[in-house]
Design a protein around this ligand. Structure first.
Ligand code: FES
Length: 207
């Protein structure tokens, strides 16, 4: 093995180690983490999509819709996960971090809004679980110390849906991931009806 090959292998190992460290906080209690735990224990790669970006599943994209498909999730992926009673879980790459994120669709006044949140509780970092009906994301509950979060319009920015703390010791809302929906290369207006083939881009992650 040449020195450049050896460097690539070492880099891959470092990348995988960073991801495992970054996601280890999500390997606690809670049904939301079961698919991830199962995949790791089973040695399966169903959460690991081979891509030029390594083992990250979604990249942040600041210039949608001119981003590769690998930078997105589809509405059908979110709806299929909801039909199974869970939110769609993905790792998002931001710099050298892997952010454990759930994607969902919130329905307000007959309108649909794609949303995504970092699942790490803002109290002591336990992974939160979705509360409410599986097909309409309304909030989250932290199993560690009982914080609850409700998805609602952010008073400071009414067009933005935040996961606001409504009970428990968490000091802040869940960290949001800003998302936008696109269809056929065009961005959709917030609240527009979503079709299965529409794609959701993660534009910005707040940490
Ligand atoms: S870690 Fe979530 S309430 Fe304490």
């Amino acid at each position: 093995m040449g020195s450049s090959q050896r460097m690539n292998v070492d880099k891959d190992r470092r990348d995988i180690l960073k991801i495992l460290i970054g996601t280890s906080v999500s390997l606690g209690l809670g049904g939301i983490t079961v698919p991830l735990v199962g995949a790791l224990i089973g040695g399966k790669a169903n959460l690991v999509k081979p891509s030029p970006y390594g083992h990250i599943e979604v990249m942040l994209c600041e210039d949608p819709p001119r981003c590769p498909d690998d930078f997105s999730v589809t509405v059908s992926e979110i709806r299929n996960a909801s039909a199974e009673g869970r939110p769609l879980f993905r790792l998002i790459k931001k710099g050298t971090m892997a952010i454990p994120t759930v994607f969902g669709i919130v329905k307000i006044d007959q309108r649909e809004y794609p949303v995504a949140y970092n699942i790490v509780c803002t109290h002591f970092g336990c992974p939160v679980n979705q509360s409410g009906p599986a097909d309409n994301m309304v909030g989250f509950f932290c199993p560690c110390h009982g914080s609850s979060f409700s998805i609602d319009r952010d008073p400071a920015s009414p067009t933005f849906l935040a996961a606001l703390r409504i009970a428990g010791p968490a000091p802040r809302p869940l960290r949001p991931v800003k998302v936008v929906a696109a269809r056929g290369g065009e961005l959709l207006e917030p609240g527009a009806p979503l079709l299965d083939g529409d794609v959701i881009y993660a534009v910005k992650a707040y940490v």
